[in-house]
Ligand binder design. Structure first.
Ligand SMILES: Nc1ncnc2c1ncn2[C@@H]1O[C@H](COP(=O)(O)OP(=O)(O)OP(=O)(O)O)[C@@H](O)[C@H]1O
Ligand SMILES: [Mg+2]
Length: 395
């Protein structure tokens, strides 16, 4: 039998009614089955939508898709049509239910709502009249995207603040350099007896000098931690590179009777930014020395700073470990030490390890810490062998 009623035609129902007298039982059954399939199909489509859709005809709720049922919390709605009164009794989300009912008394609207009683959930709400007394209501839970928006705004303002602070810090650097220069001139003049100064004045100048050095360190550390830097790479032998850096801390090591143990193994050359990475190593050396000095009285066996270089086969990286037998770090504090401004020292800025982490990561490397309270700490820096490769770690 020829199928005379295409289901997707616009005037399908009209044609069906017009020709109903010409149809036999089988034909009518097939049309009704098609209609039922079509109804199921649209239900699937509507239930798939991320928006809650509610259809209200003549003050009766006649359709809710699955999302609307979830949003409104309506487990017991089973009938095809509900008066508004019945509907209210079966809805768990009173906030949305009231908004829907009130909106029917007003003009079409599209707005954002916030339900403070339900952990600040945000909804996009839209009501429009499609024909007389027939309304479609769309509700979308936009809490996640709203929170993301807030987070982004927050991040933008933090990054704007950072840029501002970096700008100010940079401006502070120039006068600080001038202050330093002039203090050094005054100190030299006093030393050469070009000018005379009482012991009191010399003491005050020392204080000013110390404080300006502290300020310079704070400003420089902040700038290093806050700014992104293009690496100026060169191909270096880390063993001889470290020897050069160790020379800078040699006086401190000797003055504080620290035993320096070097274990330099044969390692391949790698690409590094010499000046930049130097800051990372100096910060770790400085921390190690400071921690050993804090335990001076308690320690009998002497302060030992051990620096070892090695090749790590599994990581295909050069490793440098710096081991001290200082205060050690409590287990629960280890995850905090890389955070900006975390310090346990009276005069610490707490940016030292933040900078170390940044520099090592910008070299594509990684850093590991092992520490035991009252025993000491080992910081190990891994630097990748191939230029531009990032070490993948279990962070
Ligand atoms: N080798 C170490 N032994 C024991 N504790 C350490 C060691 N290295 C770091 N720490 C702990 O981690 C904290 C943070 O170190 P970080 O270098 O970031 O800042 P800081 O040394 O306190 O100040 P600064 O910014 O002047 O370096 C230290 O205050 C200290 O508590
Ligand atoms: Mg430090």
């Amino acid at each position: 039998m020829k199928r005379i009623y295409p289901m997707n035609g616009n005037k399908f129902i009209e044609k069906f009614i017009e020709n109903i007298g010409k149809l036999d039982e089988i034909n009518i059954k097939s049309v009704l089955e098609s209609l039922e399939n079509e109804r199921k199909f649209f239900k699937i489509v509507f239930d798939y939508l991320d928006e809650g859709i509610i259809l209200i005809v003549d003050n009766k709720v006649v359709f809710l898709n699955q999302k609307a049922k979830n949003l409104l919390i309506t487990p017991s709605l089973t009938k095809n049509s509900y008066s508004l009164e019945e509907f209210k009794k079966n809805v768990g989300n009173i906030f949305l239910c009231n908004i829907i009912c009130k909106s029917l008394e007003k003009n079409d609207c599209k707005t954002e709502l916030i339900d403070r009683a339900r952990e600040n959930r945000y909804y996009q709400f839209e009501k429009f009249c499609v024909m007389e007394k027939v309304y479609i209501i769309k509700i979308k839970d936009i809490t996640e995207s709203k929170n993301m928006e807030f987070q982004l705004k927050n991040m933008e303002s933090i990054s704007a603040l950072n840029t501002l602070a970096a700008g100010i810090a940079h401006e502070i650097k120039n006068p600080l350099t001038a202050i330093d220069l002039h203090i050094q001139i005054i100190k030299k003049a006093i030393k050469k007896k070009i000018v005379e100064a009482s012991p009191e004045i010399i003491h005050f100048i020392e204080i000013i000098d110390e404080e300006q050095k502290r300020l310079t360190k704070i400003v420089n550390d902040f700038l290093t931690a806050a700014r992104k830097r293009e690496l100026n790479l060169s191909f270096e032998d880390i063993n001889s590179y470290l020897q050069e850096i160790i020379k800078l801390i040699q006086p401190e090591i000797e003055n504080n009777s620290i035993e320096l143990v070097l274990e330099f193994n044969s390692i391949p050359k790698i690409f590094i930014d010499k000046d930049y990475l130097k800051q990372a190593f100096l910060n770790i050396f400085k921390n190690a020395i400071e921690s050993m000095l804090q335990t001076e009285e308690a320690r009998e066996k002497g302060k030992i700073l051990k620096i070892k270089t090695f090749y790590d086969n599994a990581m295909d990286a050069v490793g440098v470990s710096i081991q001290d037998n200082g205060t050690g770090i409590e287990e629960e504090k280890i995850q905090k030490i890389f955070e900006p401004y975390y310090t346990t020292k009276e005069n610490g800025t707490g940016l030292g390890l933040t900078i170390v982490y940044k520099i090592v990561k910008e070299h594509g490397g990684d850093i590991k810490v092992e520490s035991e309270k009252n025993k000491g700490s080992t910081f190990t820096i891994y630097l990748p062998l191939s230029k531009g490769r990032k070490l993948i770690t279990g962070e």
